[in-house]
Design a protein around this ligand. Structure first.
Ligand code: PMP
Length: 427
């Protein structure tokens, strides 16, 4: 792939997002930290986001005041814990426009949610020579589960290619989507290229031929208004920790009739209706898929994160990230030492920018920037097939969220310039 080297700034006027960033920053205690003597500039939210005080406090308060196991006790504390846990489920459902709360299944993360579908739906429905359509830009979480399940069923995996500008080659759809395709599992938003994929159009094509659509929305749900009904998705997977919530909580949304027809993925406590020495029957949705004690505190903390994001307004979150990305792309493209990957226009992408310095390995770059307090990611970003497509073994990546500012983009650019000078001096 040829990196996008000359990105023209969009002609339109960008309205200020009106996201109260400075006020929001005060809510994130970690942003007061100094790293190697400089203020932390956290540009790795695509890996995991920082947590506002309200999320930290909600979790601590749960442990201080309400800690008990859910769904099992008849005593007040357990009923209160259950109530908080189930209320959080309702918040998630409303946040993504799910019709019913029981379509929200709590998992550990996006990865587990995709594995749930691959195993529970895939093992039961895929047959020899059936096809699973993925894309070249998928995260390993949306590749490996299918690589595990496909050989057990005789199904085969195919990958829709991407263009050099980091968008999906949808004009080649008919080459890759065949009468044997049973499911299209695709990133809503790429964690490397930032590309926001045309999901409604993909879903329309897949559904017209009777195939299902799974969205890896780990980089989608956290960053813009999200409506599972408008997107017409059958399954949607995402993680709390990428949207101000704690680690250890993920979500699978599913179409109700599909979830009802699926067997559980994991077995154990809470997911059963009856167990005898002969066998077991399953609980109702969503608990059928939530075996064992869940991450109660984490789910309740996630509810607080959703309240926080909703109060900010997801349309404002999107606009803020778009502005920062637009600004960062323009500044990066003004540096001739830096190659940027992905769509040129900030309106077509999320706040994730993968790039490479022509003279400095991404790991060295990340180490040099870290000395200035700037946290960026370097590596294959769990997308090795995409790296191969880009012709790179690794890239650097900066990603933005509600607390990032233009000044932080400037700090990144200054860091890139200084790193270049440092390398020139020492060659
Ligand atoms: N898919 C995408 C697009 C991601 O960015 C990530 C996280 N980097 C994942 C899946 C996996 O998320 P988790 O580690 O929370 O399961």
């Amino acid at each position: 792939m040829n990196p996008v080297t000359a990105i023209a700034r969009p002609e339109r006027d960008v309205m200020p997002s009106a996201l109260p960033v400075e006020r929001a920053r005060a809510d994130f205690p970690i942003l007061k930290r100094m790293i190697h003597g400089s203020p932390l500039v956290y540009l790795d939210s695509a890996a995991t986001t920082q947590k506002p005080q309200i999320v930290i406090d909600t979790i601590a308060e749960y442990y201080r005041q309400t800690n008990a196991n859910v769904h099992r006790g008849v005593y007040a504390l357990s009923a209160q814990a259950t109530d908080l846990y189930e209320k959080a489920r309702g918040k998630v459902a409303a946040f993504i426009g799910a019709e019913k709360t029981d379509q929200i299944i709590f998992t550990r993360n996006t990865t587990e949610a995709i594995n749930l579908v691959a195993y529970s739906w895939g093992l039961a429905h895929l047959q020899t020579n059936d096809e699973i359509l993925l894309t070249e830009m998928e995260h390993h979480s949306n590749l490996v589960p299918w690589y595990l399940v496909a050989p057990k069923t005789g199904a085969v995996v195919r990958h829709l290619p991407i263009h050099d500008d980091g968008t999906l080659a949808l004009e080649r759809w008919k080459e890759f989507f065949t009468p044997k395709t049973r499911i299209v599992a695709v990133a809503h938003t790429s964690n490397v290229l930032g590309t926001i994929n045309p999901i409604a159009s993909i879903a329309a094509r897949a559904h017209a031929a009777g195939a299902l659509v799974l969205l890896d929305a780990a980089q989608g749900v956290p960053h813009a208004p999200f409506d599972v009904v408008a997107l017409d998705a059958d399954f949607v997977a995402f993680s709390a920790h990428k949207m101000l919530g704690p680690t250890g909580v993920g979500v699978l949304y599913g179409r109700r009739e599909l979830l009802e027809g699926m067997d559980p993925f994991l077995g154990g406590g809470d997911m059963i209706r009856t167990v005898t020495l002969q066998g077991a029957t399953w609980n109702d949705l969503p608990w059928k898929f939530e075996a064992g004690t869940p991450n109660i505190a984490g789910v309740i903390g996630f509810g607080a994160a959703i309240d926080y994001l909703s109060a900010l307004g997801m349309d404002k979150v999107r606009r803020h990230e778009m502005e920062l990305t637009d600004y960062a792309l323009a500044r990066m493209n003004a540096l001739d030492s830096v190659d940027v990957y992905g769509p040129a226009d900030a309106t077509a992408r999320a706040g994730v920018i993968a790039f490479n310095h022509r003279r400095i390995h991404p790991h060295d770059l990340a180490t040099i920037l870290d000395r200035r307090g700037i946290a960026i990611r370097a590596g294959h970003h769990c997308a090795q097939p995409l790296m191969e497509r880009l012709g790179q073994s690794a890239t650097a990546r900066a990603s933005f969220y509600v607390y990032n500012t233009r000044d932080e983009v400037d700090a990144l650019i200054e860091g890139l310039i200084a790193a270049g000078k440092f390398f020139e001096r020492n060659q």
